[in-house]
Design a protein around this ligand. Sequence first.
Ligand SMILES: Nc1ncnc2c1ncn2[C@@H]1O[C@H](COP(=O)(O)OP(=O)(O)OP(=O)(O)O)[C@@H](O)[C@H]1O
Length: 771
Amino acid sequence: MEEQFIAEKGFIKGELIRMIYHNEDEHFSIALIHIVETNESIEESEMVVKGHFTRLDEKEHYIFYGDLIQHPKFGEQYNVEHYQKEIPTSKEGVVLYLSSDLFYGIGKRTAERIVGVLGEQAISKILQDPSVLQEVPYLKQEKADQLVADLKEHQGFEHIVISLSEYGFGLQMAQKIYETYQDRALEILQENPYQFVFDINGFGFKRADEVAAKHNIAYDHPTRIQAACLYTLNEWSQQGHVFAPYDVLVEEVQRVLNNEISTVTAEVISREINQLAEEEKLIQEEGNIYLPSLYYAESGFAEQLHRLLMGEIEDEYSQAELMKIVGEIEDEEEISYGKEQFDAIEKALHSNLMILTGGPGTGKTTVIKGIVTAYAKLNRKSLKPADYDSEEPFPFLLTAPTGRAAKRMNESTGIPAVTIHRLLGWNGGETFERDQDHQLDGKILIIDEFSMVDIWLANQLFRAIPSDMQVLLVGDEDQLPSVGPGQVLSDLLTTNLIPATQLKEVYRQKEGSKIIQLAHDMKQGKCDAQSLAKAKDFNFISCVEHQVLHVIQTVYEKAMEKGHRLKDIQILASMYRSKIGIHRLNQEIQQLANPASRQKREMKTKEVIYRTGDKVIQLVNQPESGVYNGDIGEIAAIFKEDETKEQKEKLVVSFEGKEVEYLRKDLSQLMHAYCTSIHKSQGSEFSIVILPVVRSYSRMLRRNLLYTAVTRSKKSLIICGDEQAFRRGVETVDTNRRYTSLHERLDELFNEASTEVVNENEEELSPYDFM
Ligand SMILES: Nc1ncnc2c1ncn2[C@@H]1O[C@H](COP(=O)(O)OP(=O)(O)OP(=O)(O)O)[C@@H](O)[C@H]1O
């Protein structure tokens, strides 16, 4: 433990003389300790410490944080706020810490030299007297000064990193742990390592088990079993399920818990599931087990849907009026709507809620425009937002799950469109400005790319929709389902409770698009030689796996030579880590698309080099900066420390003109985007798509994944790799349906409603009516 870390807070470091009192249930202890070190003004070498801590171990050193208090009877005592066991620092831990990204210019070798000369206590020695760094060979004064400055900035963190390294945790994990718990990290880790599984992204159950074993937590301890149940349900939801059937859950939990030394029976697991249900940490309903957030999202969404479908809307126009207006629009747009398209417009104008589906080029956007224009004409409304004010807000709300999809919607309809998060006024936390008490203003809400909306977001959105608003859900059910849990679009389609129109006729194909032909073939599971035949906008370049990279490079280079911009060329891959994985492709294409040069600045991390001009993708939602998961931008500038007022290196990314700044610590939010995953490309379209399909991807390849990739390309699609693997992928239909109960909930709500109607009618009848 370095003194500088604890210097800001009151602490006593010491070892146990004897336990005075310990209450197991309340976890409350009083102990007499021998003081080894303190920053409090204490004359004595012993002190009574009291607070919520476990039975202390004589062999260990502890650090207690708290306040000195004067007990009326027993005199001076130390009131412990929190405490931790001291773990001796290790050389490797210090090297790991110093060579981390936190310290600019210090690599592993320099770190080893520093620790070699100054020993395990290097950090405290440097902080006490920076001149000790002069003893380290080959360390320039400039770097030494920088190191001292950085060490001061990150004081406190080193202790956690070094201690966690003793448990085998790397720097990134330590950073996450520290950000979550601050200096309580070690205390929590020792007492309930399973807590980390829920609070820290990427902290697995096995890891928690390893830590627990070090602290003698029994394999059948309720904490472990309960944690395994919640962990399994969480994992389950990450695979898209809303609940797990009871028996399946018990079986899965056994798989998580049991190994050579641990055999936990189904009965014991059932007992803990019941306990968790009693504590409302999970919810049991009809043999299905839910995480509470998913249960309430699904049941809430079902109720909102029921409310909307029961709502009253103003649609007092005759068929003749509608026909006349649609005819006018056809003249203005120089278009003749197909029957399906006309039906869709008509149905949407008469419905509270409607679903419009269709593959690429079937006219979804054309219909959206038709609906909005027809509504405006029928109700004598302007389509210009400037003609409205706060008294009468703009009646048309257009929205989509991603920024790029919203932008596309805006470009193709000419009407403002925003992301669902922005529409709802998401503040970055758990709450939204728009909810059931502050509902949206407007008359018509159109949500595009609805297949991407998960059950959580669907619930948030629908609560905010007033009952007299008309809602149109637009999507392509053949695309991948939402990343988050649920399969809202396909569940709604199978309920048959909501009017739906499926557009089947392809219009863009008439303009000679092979890509669209292929997409529609794929929907039918067809993928013959004709489907893959070369065309103006399509080429399948067959090649063996080790040639794929070269082919991609050649295609990319040619596209650049023809003047296509980096943002228009997109490689889409199925896996991150493989020879033809996203990471490798990004590295290789960066050298081609944006090679190093004197004019370009760089910022290096352990894994990658970011360079001005690089194409990058944002990986998390960041509403404060107005950027969202999946947004693609370009590195506009890189600043050195002495060029910024904060004295920190900075990288600036321009997202379609909106500039967002990243400090070194924020770089985990970014990734190169020459190549992205197909999942991340949902909701986006690109002029040119290059799609490698190789045998080593085989276990990932499914029809909906490949269909999503193919339909991302607007002008040109180049697939390269193995035709057989592609065909097999197209033939493989994702049969793993997600466990959801939206269907049943809706059926129940509507059956109840119809029974109520029957009962109401019955009430009006009396025996006399039959006489
Ligand atoms: N009834 C029609 N008559 C003539 N052309 C049409 C008709 N409907 C749509 N189109 C044309 O077909 C093309 C595709 O239509 P649109 O963009 O509306 O389809 P989409 O389903 O939104 O496609 P995508 O999902 O691929 O963007 C456009 O060029 C559009 O003008």
